[in-house]
Design a protein around this ligand. Structure first.
Ligand SMILES: CC(C)(COP(=O)(O)OP(=O)(O)OC[C@H]1O[C@@H](n2cnc3c(N)ncnc32)[C@H](O)[C@@H]1OP(=O)(O)O)[C@@H](O)C(=O)NCCC(=O)NCCS
Length: 200
């Protein structure tokens, strides 16, 4: 179980490359030998909707072991309103320290900071098995649909959490992952040509 042997702080510019490296290490799996997420993080940090005040690194014994980031997003409500929400990620913990509670710790901390900044809800694509421990639910249970999902396709990947109680009361509508999340393999391959081998 997690001990209090870590610190979480706002990411500085000098942390950008080290955090991309750990994202790549975390997301590269034996059964999934390609990774876009480190390049995605690089691109998100240049986007106007990226929230630098919610860009976090986790450190243990002077080493960066985890990170999480947030981006402004939107629900198109069925009554015509635009409901401002957040989306989140990539979030990662270095492979050798996964499943020891660090992921939940940085997630809970960063959600608390997002709530303190006044944001009302977070919508993400993710695995309920991890996110349910931090209060995420299937977005479909909250009346929020995922844009472009074919009829009959499972929306089990699409999760939501209110940061303000009741923020989504009376809201039904559609959420689309912000365009800035759609990076291509081709652009990532180009970026990887100069990416440090340390990330392998
Ligand atoms: C996902 C990730 C951030 C979780 O961080 P973590 O420190 O490994 O997870 P925690 O130890 O805090 O997990 C808390 C609980 O969430 C659940 N959980 C976490 N990762 C899980 C997984 N991959 N599959 C199923 N359940 C998971 C478990 O119930 C876990 O408790 P347990 O280990 O006692 O069973 C981390 O594993 C990671 O970096 N993975 C690779 C990158 C990634 O997939 N990022 C998320 C994309 S949506």
């Amino acid at each position: 179980m997690i001990k209090n042997d870590y610190t979480i702080r706002i990411t500085q510019k000098e942390d950008y490359l080290p955090t991309e490296i750990i994202v790549r290490q975390a997301f590269l799996k034996k059964d999934k030998p390609v990774c876009l997420e480190h390049y995605l993080l690089n691109q998100l940090r240049k986007n106007d909707d990226f929230i630098h005040e919610l860009d976090f690194v986790m450190e243990k014994d002077g080493r960066i072991i985890g990170q999480n980031v947030f981006v402004k997003a939107n629900i198109k409500a069925d009554d015509g309103r635009d409901i401002p929400v957040l989306t989140m990620g990539p979030i990662s913990i270095v492979p050798d320290l996964q499943r020891q509670g660090y992921g939940k710790a940085i997630l809970d901390y960063s959600l608390e900071k997002a709530a303190e900044m006044g944001f009302g809800a977070v919508c993400i694509a993710g695995n309920i098995k991890f996110y349910q421990h931090s209060g995420f639910k299937y977005a479909s249970e909250m009346g929020i649909r995922y844009h472009g999902l074919p009829e009959g396709a499972s929306a089990a990947f699409f999760l939501c959490k209110e940061l303000k109680n009741g923020f989504l009361d009376g809201v039904t509508g559609e959420y689309a992952t912000p365009q800035c999340y759609f990076v291509t393999q081709e652009d990532t391959d180009r970026y990887d040509k100069d990416f440090p081998a340390a990330a392998e």
